[in-house]
Design a binder for this molecule. Structure first.
Ligand code: ZN
Ligand code: FE
Length: 255
């Protein structure tokens, strides 16, 4: 039986994810923006909840935890580095740790930049990464705590994943990200195609997740901060990639 991943829209534009392993009847949740829509999916699918992973401490990723734990007895996992400001954890995770949903193995990656202490979960077997607010469809998280250098290191970790890897990120920002990306890189054919696909999906109320590493490498300006053509478009041909990322991020912040 195949693993099922349910995308759960929460709050204004957040996503939580339920990963279900039917062979062992185990289910894990990535992030808890709010409890209600998650409980609704669990009840509809008749899934119990075994584990909860928090990608980082921001309230739009943890606020529903208390209410959810009133209905489900799940173990809560989060980063060692963030343990002092996350809700109470049952187990801590750090870079290169393994996390299991039954027989499915995930690798913990520290993906700092948006916050220091942010983690992502990567499964080779599922060819998927749950990236929270680090890498997103056509974007990356705001630099609240990390420097551009730190976020650039994080984005390069993503670049090294197999191209077919699916990216399940924490927010639906794709439409605005696509407009921004086109403002930087208007002649990028693949970006143009993607932007119109995103518009179509959103106008029909569908999520634009998951993306893939391959598609991000072609179209995401933040991930392409090291690309010479992109640097030249910004008049930054001689600049370090992290400086290009900083410029892109500060333009996006006011876009
Ligand atoms: Zn956040
Ligand atoms: Fe967030």
């Amino acid at each position: 039986m195949t693993i099922e991943i349910a995308t759960v829209p929460c709050l204004e534009d957040n996503y939580a994810y339920l990963i279900h392993n039917p062979a062992e009847n185990k289910t894990c949740l990535i992030d808890v923006p709010e409890a209600k829509p998650i409980i609704k999916v669990l009840e509809k699918k008749a899934w119990d909840l075994d584990k909860i992973v928090l990608t980082h401490h921001h309230s739009d990723h943890v606020a529903g935890l208390g209410n959810l734990l009133r209905s489900y007895q799940a173990s809560v996992y989060g980063a060692t580095a963030d343990a002092n400001r996350l809700p109470v954890l049952d187990a801590e995770l750090k870079e290169n740790d393994n996390f299991y949903l039954g027989n499915i193995e995930f690798l913990v990656m520290e993906v700092y930049g948006h916050t220091i202490g942010h983690i992502a979960l990567y499964s080779k077997e599922l060819s998927s990464i749950f990236s929270g607010d680090s890498l997103m469809t056509l974007g990356c998280g705001r630099l609240f705590e990390g420097s551009p250098e730190i976020m650039w290191d994080t984005l390069q970790k993503f670049c090294r994943l197999p191209p077919q890897t699916k990216i399940y990120s924490g927010h639906e920002y794709s439409e605005k990200n696509a407009q921004f990306a086109l403002s930087i890189d208007p002649n990028n054919k693949k970006l143009q195609e993607r932007a119109s696909l995103i518009r179509e999906l959103r106008s029909n109320g569908f999520p634009t997740v998951p993306s893939t590493i391959e598609s991000e490498l072609d179209t995401n300006p933040f991930l392409r901060s090291g690309n010479l053509d992109l640097k030249r478009l910004l008049g930054m041909g001689q600049h370090k990639s992290a400086n290009v990322l900083a410029e892109l991020r500060s333009r996006r912040d006011i876009f």
